[in-house]
Write a protein that binds this ligand. Structure first.
Ligand code: HEM
Length: 541
């Protein structure tokens, strides 16, 4: 992928600069040769200077070992498409902590639970910064959201509003009916397709998206009316998530940022403008409503939605807790983008693993019949009693963590990890994908065994306190949407399995290959055929 890019880049440079070496006289030829060599020498010296400066350790602690790359570009030409697998292989060669130069930037990859602990627990504050890629800055109004904002008072305030007003127990309880309605709608939709192939990622994505959007602004804007916008939203979000993980020369060589050689920033800008326009129209519609209309809408739904809470903050200039329109839109984008693709992808992975292991499907469905009953629909209150399903989901998150390298961290000072120096501003990847398969911690790590999370194993949760299990990250930057994700993913999965039996289309084989991205997807989307399992589907009417 990247080597292709370099070939194309080389070609472009050769064409552009042909006039430079096609000299007309010997004198010109000599002058140009001297100048070319001088530029090369300066570039190499500058690179060596940057390299040496960042390679100095603190005291007797050297910087970590790592593969040698090429001058200027470092290890960039050798990166493969499935980065999580390549990073895991490199750990076998260089040890659990190693460094890589990618263009002008130094990266360190951590691959063991003890190193993870040093970063997310012992030195969490130092590692709480981000290094947003150019594409992320475009999508987040310049880093005004939660995911990409630098660690500090602004990030703290945004995260606090979101967690307090949308993720608290009371808020989630108040919005339960809304989630239940969306799941019922999904079950009815699958029912209408009984006996025909269903794209699992598509149905789960649209359901998660409707839940999130309803919680954000659903009291007054009926997003479900416009099917076209819903489908387009899915395409736009998927594309945005893809662009966030696209290796971009502007990130590895900030001097090239203005040229946007691969067009990543331009493409993200196009998508961002589309989302921005939709958000503007939603906010505009809300602002045009009278106070009476708003109060009536909230009475009907039982709770103020998040947009209203944010707009009220916007109006509170005197309290100092005010928010600008751009900040509100950045936060809304964050939640829609961060909350939908991740959750939907995890439901798809769980369904794929279940279909790959028929005895697992049998056990889950037996448990659902016991706990929920065959003449009843799944409610969130059943979830704590669904021990096997909970274990199965934890095992899915272990084998296929949605964010295999989390979101890269950036220490705001030089520090020591695993006995090595990590210089200030290094980009640090926590390879959760490798940690979740560490044979020192997990027995038969590549096997899908939900039983490992039963009994004593059930104490291992998503809260980031077990450093060998970090599907939502850990520390102060742990996933801010965890309480909602935990509820939604299992409720939707349980409902799909309780209502239907699933099988693959005739002649199809299940493929469990992964494709690397900021969100790691199934390489081949799961398409499965539902058949009716319960006669109680009328309960979803
Ligand atoms: C299965 C679903 C989900 C998974 C696996 C997941 C995973 C993650 C991970 C790994 C991180 C980065 C943690 C780190 O850097 O250490 C993260 C951050 C974040 N997630 Fe999630 N997430 C999910 C669902 C959601 C939902 C539903 C929302 C919102 C409604 C959400 C909002 C966020 C936000 C705002 C952050 C940034 C936190 C910060 O930087 O302070 N996520 N998520």
């Amino acid at each position: 992928m990247l080597s292709d890019l370099f070939d194309r880049l080389l070609c472009a440079v050769c064409n552009q600069w042909a006039w430079w070496w096609e000299a007309s006289s010997t004198k010109d030829e000599l002058a140009r040769a001297v100048l070319t060599v001088s530029i090369l020498i300066v570039a190499i010296f500058w690179y060596r200077w940057a390299f040496v400066r960042s390679s100095k350790g603190i005291g007797s602690h050297p910087v970590p070992p790592g593969p040698r790359g090429l001058p200027i570009v470092g290890y960039l030409p050798f990166l493969s498409a499935n980065l999580h697998e390549q990073f895991t292989e490199l750990a076998h060669q260089y040890g659990p902590i190693y460094k890589l130069w990618l263009g002008q930037k130094l990266y360190v990859v951590l691959n063991s639970p003890s190193l993870a602990k040093e970063v997310v627990r012992d030195q969490d504050k130092v590692f709480s910064n981000r290094d947003p890629p150019v594409s992320a800055l475009v999508a987040s109004y310049g880093g005004l959201d939660i995911v990409w904002a630098p660690h500090g008072s602004y990030w703290r305030a945004m995260r606090k509003v979101f967690v307090r007003d949308m993720m608290s127990n009371s808020s989630l309880e108040a919005t339960y009916n809304l989630r239940k309605d969306e799941i019922s709608k999904a079950i009815r939709e699958v029912h209408s397709k009984i006996g025909t192939p269903v794209n699992i990622a598509e149905i789960t994505f649209l359901t998660e998206m409707d839940v999130v959007m309803n919680m954000l602004w659903g009291s007054t804007v009926d997003i479900q009316v416009d099917h076209g916008v819903r489908t387009e939203f899915r395409e736009v979000i998927s594309k945005m998530v893809e662009l966030l993980a696209t290796p971009n020369l502007s990130d590895f060589f900030p001097v090239l940022k203005t040229f946007d050689i691969q067009g990543v920033a331009r493409e993200m800008e196009r998508l961002h403008v589309w989302v921005d326009r939709i958000l503007d129209s939603i906010i505009d519609a809300r602002m045009k409503m009278s106070t009476v209309e708003i109060a009536e809408a909230f009475n009907k739904k039982g709770k103020k939605d998040f947009l209203q809470i944010l707009l009220e903050l916007k109006g509170q200039e005197e309290t100092g807790a005010t928010m600008t329109l751009e900040q509100i839109k950045a936060l809304l984008t964050d939640i829609v983008v961060g909350g939908t693709d991740t959750s939907a992808t995890m439901v798809e992975w769980a369904m794929a693993e279940i279909m790959h292991n028929p005895e697992v499907m049998k056990k889950v469905q037996e448990e659902l019949s016991d706990v929920v009953g065959t003449n009843n629909i799944v409610e969130e209150s059943h979830v704590p009693k669904l021990h096997y399903l909970n274990a199965l989901l934890k095992e899915t998150f272990r084998l296929h963590p949605a964010l295999p390298l989390l979101v890269p961290k950036r220490p705001d000072q030089s520090c020591i990890v695993g006995g090595y120096t990590i210089p200030k501003d290094t980009r640090v990847f926590l390879n959760v994908w490798a940690i979740h398969k560490d044979p020192e911690v997990w027995d038969s790590p590549s096997e899908f065994k939900p039983e490992r999370f039963l009994g004593e194993g059930s104490k291992c949760d998503y809260n980031g306190n077990n450093f060998h299990y970090l599907p939502f990250g850990s520390g102060r930057r742990i996933c801010a949407g965890l309480p909602l994700a935990e509820k939604m993913v299992i409720h939707l999965l349980a409902s799909l399995l309780h209502s239907f039996n699933w099988h693959l289309p005739e002649g199809e084989k299940l493929d469990l290959s992964e494709t690397f991205g900021i969100v790691m997807k199934k390489k081949i989307p799961l398409v499965a055929i539902p058949t009716q399992r319960l006669s109680s589907l009328k309960l979803y009417a």
